[in-house]
Design a binder for this molecule. Structure first.
Ligand code: SF4
Length: 198
């Protein structure tokens, strides 16, 4: 039987402590069992995901309290760790990736729009509708001012280089397809970049 570190500990829990384990594995696993019983992840639901911070694409396990039942509320992430079964990071995470839980559960996380006007030294709280309207307005004004309709030979190009679009490392193929359709085919924006994995 092929055992990963995780399945090994789980199997140990299922079998229970005692001489049977010594017999099954050839050595005494009871100290390890004693530790797993006190872990904060003992009763969590594991969700496998990918660290969103860079293109190394480290695999992570997100531990959430609760069993994913739809009628359960108030679940929260209690721990994030590297996935030991991943061939990419083999359970390790860099100092940035190891802070992922704080990206999800953090009282300081911004949930409202804050705007600092040009020349101002303070942030103002704005509505989402205001922010979306501003973004649309500025994209339209920039495109109206800078769209290149023809190249030097008079060929129609409809190219816009005054706006760039930067994607993230968790962008999916489908997401990037839509970005290309909307921004390059739609608005003519030439600089498109992302760091997603293939
Ligand atoms: S854990 Fe570090 S190296 Fe791995 S994907 Fe995240 S940021 Fe990149």
């Amino acid at each position: 039987m092929e055992l990963t570190r995780r399945s090994f500990l789980k199997l140990g829990l299922q079998l229970g402590a005692g001489g049977a384990l010594v017999k099954a594995f050839g050595f005494d696993v009871r100290p390890a069992l004693a530790q797993t019983r006190t872990l904060k992840i003992d009763r969590t639901t594991e969700t496998r995901s990918i660290c969103p911070y860079c293109s190394v694409s480290c695999s992570v396990i997100i531990h959430t309290l609760g069993d994913k039942a739809h009628n359960v509320t108030g679940t929260t992430v209690v721990h994030v760790e590297g996935d030991p079964d991943s061939p990419i990071n083999r359970g390790t995470l860099c100092p940035k990736g190891i802070t992922l839980k704080q990206n999800i559960v953090n009282d300081l996380r911004l949930t409202k729009v804050l705007y600092r006007a040009p020349g101002s030294d303070r942030w103002e709280e704005k509505s989402w509708d205001w922010a979306i309207e501003q973004i649309a307005r500025r994209i339209k004004d920039t495109r109206d001012r800078h769209l290149i309709e023809q190249d030097h030979k008079g060929r129609i190009v409809h190219a816009l280089t005054a706006i760039g679009v930067i994607g993230g490392c968790t962008d999916t193929n489908e997401n990037n397809y839509l970005i290309t359709k909307a921004f390059r085919a739609g608005l003519g924006i030439i600089p498109l970049e992302q760091q997603s994995r293939i």
